[in-house]
Each structure stands twice: as structure tokens, then as C-alpha cells.
Ligand binder design. Structure first.
Ligand code: SAM
Length: 286
């Protein structure tokens, strides 16, 4: 954020707590205190945040949701162009991530005006960080589709996805989704982050089969994020990976080409195939 006292308008994307109010950063608080206007989703939710953090709303809260985001984007651009400090928050976490905000940001940026951020909480990053899985590369899938056909296509993609997959799910549908996924790849590991940063925070880790049966009565309370480990070479397909790699390498392929060919052919994550290729190479002493 550019010092607001220095003059000139800007839009600041402000991350707010996903549960624990102590996670509102001092910079975020400063922006919310000084902003000329604060665009939020539900003004009642934001008013609760303001009063809990001892901030005064002073009539500055405006509701911005999917249905009015396009219209309000024009208003935000005008305000920033006129020199105002405009803050953008969502109900919780980082605006724009499965929340409104992306269009406003795009409009202000396209107008050549300043868009800044006070970064902070996001359920996605929080869940990934405690999963213990490979998170150098991950794919965020938002909410799981509800329609059968879309779900099937999405789950087909995940069957081959080598990167860690993270997605939101409602507590009411969590068990159904886990059971459906377990019916496809029961041994794949998963970490479910529930009520992160709140009093009843828990992270349930295990195979899909185990975690699906963790909530045996089907009743899950609170908010959840699911982190699914990428497709790795399980013992069942490790032999197939090895045999294909040996074939490719013996035919003169480079390690890189062999890994790409085998990963695509068997639908296994590149990292796992690469590790297998390195093991073969070191066995061969080359
Ligand atoms: N933009 C937000 C963010 O960056 O965290 C996410 C908005 S999305 C509409 C809300 C979803 O995030 C919830 O349905 C739930 O899946 C997840 N979520 C939010 N807070 C959470 C928490 N404290 N623990 C676990 N999941 C949470």
C-alpha cells in the first residue's frame, strides 16, 4: 500500500481473518480505519468485524456482490481516480478467491490506477500449509461442482493430477464427496482442515478411505477445506512406471523425455516418475 497520507487514490485488497480476529494485520486495520469507503460482501458481517476490532464503520460500508460487481466496478474506478482510498474486503479471507472482487481489481488495473494489498488469511493457503503434502505446486479448484456430469469430469482430471489439489466443500456435502473420491482412489491421502484458526480447529489426515469414515454419522460442523495429495506412483503402479521408464531409457530417451512420456502414458504425477527415473539411473551408475 502506498502511504495514503501521500495523496492519490488507490484500491487496497484487504485480507481479513477466517476465524481468529487476531489475524487481522496492523496494516489491514490501518487501511480499514483510514479508507474513504469499504466495499464488502455482507455489510452485517463486516460490521461485526469492525466492531470486534474496534473500528468505526462511519457509514463507509457498501455491499458488493457477484450481481452488482460489474456496475460497482465503474464506481470504484471513479472513486480511485478522484483520489479516494478504497478498501475491498470479503466476508472472510482474501477477496477474489471464490469470493467477489476480481472484476473490481481488473477494472482499476485496466484504468491504469493503483491496486495494492494488505495480504493475509486465506482458507486455501492455511489448509495447504498444514497438510504436510508437496505444496511447491498445487491446483486450487474452488468449490466442487454439484452436477453429476461435471463432478465426474472433475474427478477424472484429479485421477491424473500430479499436483496437490485443494478445494472448498460445504460441511453438508463433505462426506459424500470424500466417499465418491474414495471409490475412485481410496489410497490417495487427504487432509481436511476444519474450522481453521477457530476454537474447534482440527486437521484430519489419512487415506481417502480412512478420512471418509472419520465422520461416520455424516455430520460435519463448521467450515472445511480439502487438500488432496497429487497422483503418485502407488505400489500397484510403481512397477508399470519402472518398466516403462526402463523401456524408454534403453531406447535412448533422455531422462526428461522418458519422464514426460511415461507420466502421460500412465497418468502418474511427473515428480513421482522423475524420482523413479533417478533411482534407475543411479542403479545403472549413469
Ligand atoms: N476468499 C476466502 C478465503 O480466501 O479464505 C474463501 C471464501 S469461500 C466463499 C468460503 C469457504 O472457505 C468456506 O466454504 C470453507 O470451505 C472455506 N473456509 C473459510 N474459512 C474457513 C476456516 N476457518 N476453516 C476451514 N475452511 C474455511
Amino acid at each position: 500500500m502506498r502511504d495514503p497520507a501521500g495523496g492519490g487514490g488507490q484500491l487496497v485488497v484487504v485480507a481479513t481473518p477466517i476465524g481468529n480476529l487476531g489475524d487481522l494485520s496492523p496494516r489491514a486495520r490501518e487501511v480499514l480505519d483510514r479508507a474513504d469507503v469499504v466495499y464488502c460482501e455482507d455489510t452485517r458481517r463486516s460490521r461485526i468485524l469492525f466492531s470486534a476490532c474496534d473500528l468505526k464503520a462511519r457509514g463507509r460500508l457498501r455491499s458488493l456482490r457477484e450481481h452488482n460487481e460489474a456496475t460497482l466496478s465503474v464506481e470504484v474506478v471513479d472513486r480511485v481516480a478522484a483520489g479516494e482510498l478504497v478498501a475491498l474486503v470479503s466476508d472472510a479471507g482474501t477477496p477474489g478467491i471464490s469470493d467477489p472482487g476480481r472484476r473490481v481489481v481488473a477494472a482499476v488495473a485496466e484504468a491504469g490506477l493503483i491496486v495494492s494489498t494488505t495480504p493475509g488469511p486465506s482458507a486455501v493457503v492455511a489448509a495447504l500449509s498444514v497438510s504436510g503434502f508437496e505444496i511447491e505446486r498445487f491446483v486450487m479448484e474452488g468449490f466442487v461442482p454439484r452436477r453429476a456430469g461435471e463432478r465426474r469430469r472433475r474427478f477424472d482430471e484429479w485421477a491424473r493430477e500430479g499436483r496437490t489439489v485443494v478445494f472448498y466443500e460445504s460441511p453438508q456435502r463433505l462426506v459424500t464427496t470424500l466417499v465418491e473420491l474414495a471409490s475412485r482412489f481410496a489410497d490417495r491421502r487427504v487432509a481436511v482442515g476444519r474450522e481453521l484458526t477457530k476454537v474447534h480447529e482440527e486437521v484430519v489426515r489419512g487415506t481417502l478411505r480412512d478420512v471418509a469414515s472419520h465422520w461416520a454419522d455424516g455430520e460435519v460442523r463448521g467450515e472445511v477445506v480439502v487438500v488432496l495429495e497429487g497422483a503418485v506412483a502407488t505400489s500397484a503402479n510403481a512397477e508399470a512406471v519402472r518398466a516403462s521408464l526402463v523401456e524408454e531409457l534403453s531406447a535412448g530417451a533422455s531422462v526428461r523425455d522418458a519422464v514426460n512420456v511415461v507420466a502421460d502414458r500412465l497418468g502418474v504425477g511427473r515428480r513421482a516418475v522423475y524420482d523413479a527415473a533417478l533411482a534407475i539411473r543411479s542403479e545403472r551408475g549413469s
